[in-house]
Write a protein that binds this ligand. Structure first.
Ligand SMILES: [Zn+2]
Length: 419
């Protein structure tokens, strides 16, 4: 477990009065105020070079800060250690028998996740563990959905050119939603979805996998420390327990993880699985042209057919009870989305039809799409339907939002985040 001191929390009775000392007398820089309604506190972070100081004032009499001050007076309240993955950290601490105040992460300031370790375990210091928002994509979460159980997996972050991700939309407009790095790339995630049902276990897409060259790892900013095997471990799922792997399309960031290189031999990754692939997508992928060659890497899928584990299908329809595919075209000629239907509810794994929550507006379509007008037509119809019928949408590439409901208010679309 790698821990870094993030900040020291100081409980004060009145933030403004405390600032008269920290800001005015000491001359320190103070960040904008922030309220954390769940904790019923108001906070101001003070920059002291390394880890920050955090002034905390209660906003309600039942706030932990109010209780602390009533009991012990103002002063140092907690220290906060940053962890790369709070779920993993809490899992490990539970296993080591450490007493926790919060056994599950809870929302903290600035979009972070936090949890407290009990002072009885830390020799008298209240220790807060914190995972920063940029690391939140690490979450592996399970959601019961009628007769199905849906688990959002994670095959790590990657980056793609921001311009290519938004097509004709000017950078001025998209950079607010998706800030580019110095190489003009925006942060994305790869999130396959696991479906558990009476008929077995299915993974929908499986990330980029681990066959990429050093150069590709650099171009796409892949971070393979946080890859699918780790997510499956967190989910308690073995690779051998997967019965079906369904492809939305065969681009490397969706189905690269279907094969692995094992002592220079390429083989299917999930030893027991049947691989479910749309036949016409297979034809396109195995006959690439100049425009899509960089996305269709033959080693990702040809070894599957060689091993005799592919089940091809030709048309839209129900693949397994509760799992239905529909061709959208657009992104690739045969790109398809997956409907998960159970208990009168519908969830949709939309793959590259709506890659992130920044792509909710109809014309915000990727420059990568081979047939953008097909994307537009399908997307217009689909988003309307998704809003009206309250589909739970799984966003495969969004760096922060794994799933949510698309809403519309005064003509503006937004996502109500669920996972
Ligand atoms: Zn993609």
């Amino acid at each position: 477990m790698k821990l870094v001191l993030d900040h020291i929390g100081i409980a004060v009775e009145d933030i403004e009065k405390a600032l008269a000392f920290y800001r005015d007398s000491l001359g320190l820089d103070v960040e904008a105020p922030e309220e954390v309604p769940t904790e019923r506190v108001r906070a101001r972070l003070i920059d002291v070079g390394g880890p920050a100081l955090e002034l905390l004032e209660a906003t309600a009499s039942d706030s932990a800060i109010a209780t602390y001050i009533a009991k012990r007076g103002p002063g140092i309240h907690h220290i906060t250690l940053r962890v790369p993955d709070l779920h993993v950290a809490l899992f490990e601490l539970r296993q080591r028998g450490v007493r926790l105040v919060n056994s599950e992460p809870r929302p903290g300031a600035g979009g972070s996740l936090v949890a407290f370790i009990h002072p009885s375990a830390t020799h008298g210091v209240l220790v807060e563990l914190k995972q920063c928002p940029e690391d939140l994509t690490l979450d592996v979460k399970t959601l019961p959905f009628g007769n199905l159980q849906l688990t959002v997996l994670y095959d790590g972050p990657f980056r793609l050119d921001g311009g290519a991700m938004f097509g004709v939309v000017p950078r001025q407009m998209w950079e607010k939603l998706a800030p580019p790095d110095e190489r003009n790339r925006i942060q994305l995630a790869m999130r396959p979805l696991l479906v558990d049902a009476a008929w077995g276990r299915m993974i929908i897409d499986c990330g980029a996998g681990d066959k990429m060259s050093e150069k590709q790892v650099d171009i796409y900013a892949l971070d393979r420390r946080r890859a699918l095997n780790r997510a499956l471990t967190i989910a308690g799922v073995s690779e051998a327990s997967i019965d079906f792997a369904l492809a939305t399309h065969l681009h490397f960031d969706h189905f690269g993880g279907a094969t692995i290189r094992d002592n220079d031999v390429l083989r299917p990754r999930f030893s027991r699985a049947r691989y479910l692939i749309r036949e016409a997508e297979w034809e396109d992928a195995t006959h690439p042209h100049e425009r899509n060659r960089a996305s269709y890497l033959q080693e990702d899928f040809v070894p599957l057919k060689d091993a005799g584990v592919v089940d091809f299908f030709a048309d839209d329809g129900v693949i397994k009870p509760g799992v239905r595919v529909e061709r959208t075209g657009g992104h690739t000629g045969q790109h398809q989305i997956v409907y998960l239907e159970s208990g009168g509810r519908t969830a949709v794994f939309v793959a590259d039809l709506i890659p992130t929550t920044a792509h909710l507006q109809d014309p915000w379509i990727m420059g990568y799409d081979l047939f953008p007008m097909d994307t537009l037509a399908f997307k217009k119809r689909f988003i309307r339907e998704a809003i009206e019928r309250e589909y739970l949408i799984f966003f495969e590439h969004d760096p922060k939002v794994a799933a949510g409901y698309i809403r519309e208010k005064n003509g503006k679309r937004f996502v109500e985040q669920v996972l």
